[in-house]
Design a protein around this ligand. Sequence first.
Ligand code: PBG
Length: 331
Amino acid sequence: MRIRPRRLRATPALRAMSAETRIDPRSLMLPIFVHEGDAPRPIAAMPGVVQHGLDSARSTARAAAAAGIGGLMLFGVPTRRDATGSGATDPDGILNRAIAAIAAEVGDELVVAADLCLDEFTDHGHCGVLDADGAVDNDATLERYRAMALAQAEAGAGLLGLSGMMDGQVAAVRDALEGAGRTDCAILAYSAKYASSFYGPFREAVGSTLRGDRRTYQLDPANAREGRREAALDAAEGADVVMVKPALGYLDVLAGIAAESPVPVWAYQVSGEYAMIEAAAANGWIDRDAAIAESVTCIVRAGADAVLTYWALDLAAALRDAPATRRGEGA
Ligand code: PBG
């Protein structure tokens, strides 16, 4: 007898029932950028994504709640930067103000997460403070992260996204939160965060001043075992969620971590992943909606429990509009 796996592919209804992986809007998180001005400012390398003012950030948060996605990840774009990133710990700094505004707007409905890293706030653009020789000083940076965590928790963030890749950052932030009685605040550790060229458009999105690269703290794209080790360390230090970033090029790392992690594993589909598909689609070289759905489906299939993606609202809308038989197959 011939074995005929094609039988289950014959109709949209059979394909829909046979799908092993589905995208659920509740497990999507939308990253948003908030700057100090009022008017939204376009980001050239990320068509469709803007630097929000507080008002448009609020209305986007409303739209996110209406769309039924899981949460928002906030990034601040300050006008003034200095050596220690003092804007990050200032309650009136743009990120902390944005957290407070968004938490007031949708804090009961959505996870309000904040990027906990100094790179948007330092004049040199590194994720930590520098020592006398200009190298990123791991342990001095941890002191800044502790203060930043308390400021963000105070502003109303429910989940802190630790993206700086300093050794011991999860333990330090967890200890600071415990010490302040903020046992409610969860930690999302960017554990396997690679030194990637695919963050290129993000540099424009936050007006980064970085010269050089982050290879003394972010992971070498060549290393999978080291990514799994970082995730294990972060879980042991008290991370509530660990993350892999970027996503599409690192599905092996994601699958490896998902197989052994004691905590949920998320993935971040980054700015360059967004820009590539948008640019190809704008040229008519690729079917935009199908490529978006396929890329996120593949990330979920590899083991992501949730995905940070700039297309979270597009995906939620596509899933809502698609005929029931096509759900999970892409828009
Ligand atoms: C660091 C941070 C970066 C991103 C998220 N958090 C930039 C970097 O590490 O260079 C990149 C996100 C993206 O490219 O979409 N605060």
